[in-house]
Design a protein around this ligand. Structure first.
Ligand code: AHM
Ligand code: MG
Length: 333
């Protein structure tokens, strides 16, 4: 029989307490980054609520227009974007926002603020209407332009190595927020009855090698030859093919279990599908902090200098041994 103390185990460390504790270890930290992370977690809670009600409130489904990338926008894409934009504007710590859903960067009017946020407010949105996991991805940069002035495009076009934090929220069988500020990776599971995220996955490390590969193999014949050979090798080795079609969900599973996610270039999308500033950079920072790797086939994702807000790149990300092997095969191209 379980003892009373086992039954009433402590719920643990809240995200806000963890952020506050970490703040002391950042030299020169003045609390703005902590406030910003708190603003992001608030937006995530609101989106989590919206997603859970989507089927009842007729929020699943397309809005009937396309975003800047020519992709069908879902109602929840637009709602999530608005939730984040409001939370970040009202929080006051962000001078500039860039989003997968918006054509241009947003000047929040908070010109004294130090930070820039890039985000994909709701990734994997083709899965919304069928109750499959979706996610939010974010990166935080320090602005380059002087505080007190209007933000510039250079603030928004910084490479991954300049990130001071990145993370994602996975709205799955439970909702989890995973982030890094460059001191390892930690995951916080949402407790809906308390309305709080609690530390559930401290110091996440990706297994060095794995048995899972995640790829849309429907595009196989369009992939570069080296990538095709790598995928054939994965089949020969009888690895498990697992592809949800929601990057955050596929990435999170591989982060915990070991694996590789790949979205290569195709003849239809010669630069790949995923966006450097909204998806790839953020996850590259997380995976490296957890001991993994992220490449576009030849370059370290973190070092790619973006030349446009909505730039796309091919992505190979996950356990280091698997990414290295994929790169060996790609050298044939
Ligand atoms: P989105 O940002 O429009 O949702 O697109 C990104 C998504 C990823 O979550 C997912 O891994 C990929 O697109 C799936 O693409 P495909 O349907 O081509 O396999
Ligand atoms: Mg996306």
């Amino acid at each position: 029989m379980q003892s009373v103390s086992q039954l009433s185990a402590p719920v643990g460390t809240t995200l806000s307490r963890f952020i506050a504790q970490q703040q002391h270890t950042h030299k020169g930290a003045q609390g703005e980054l902590s406030q910003l992370l708190a603003d992001i977690s608030l937006a995530a809670k609101i989106i989590n609520r919206d997603i859970n009600r989507a089927g009842l409130l007729n929020l699943d489904g397309s809005i009937g227009s396309s975003n800047v990338q020519g992709e069908d926008q879902q109602k929840l894409d637009v709602i999530a974007n608005t939730r984040f934009e409001r939370a970040l504007r009202n929080g006051g710590e962000v001078c500039c926002i860039i989003s997968e859903e918006l054509e241009e960067m947003i000047d929040t009017g908070n010109h004294k603020a130090r930070y820039v946020v890039s985000m994909d407010p709701l990734d994997g949105s083709s899965n919304i209407g069928v109750n499959v996991s979706i996610g939010t991805i974010f990166s935080i940069f320090q602005r380059l332009s002087p505080q007190g002035s209007a933000p510039t495009i250079e603030d928004a076009l910084q490479s991954g190595t300049a990130q001071i934090a990145s993370g994602y929220v996975l709205y799955g069988s439970s909702t989890i927020l995973v982030y890094t500020t460059g001191q390892g990776v930690n995951g916080f599971t949402y407790e809906p009855s308390l309305g709080e995220f609690f530390l559930s996955h401290p110091s996440i490390e990706i297994p060095e090698d794995g048995k899972i590969y995640s790829c849309n193999e429907g595009n196989f014949h369009d992939f570069p030859q080296g990538t095709q050979s790598y995928l054939e090798e994965c089949r020969k080795e009888k690895l498990s093919g697992r592809y949800i079609g929601s990057l955050v969900a596929d990435f999170h599973r591989n982060l915990l279990k070991g694996g590789i996610y790949l979205y290569p270039a195709t003849s239809k999308a010669p630069d790949g599908k995923l966006r450097l500033q909204y998806e790839c950079s953020a996850l590259a920072y997380i995976v490296e902090q957890a001991g993994g790797m992220a490449t576009d086939g030849s370059r370290r994702v973190m070092e790619i200098k973006p030349n446009a807000l909505h730039q796309r790149i091919p992505l190979y990300i996950g356990s280091p041994k698997m990414v290295e092997k994929a790169m060996d095969f790609m050298q044939q191209d």
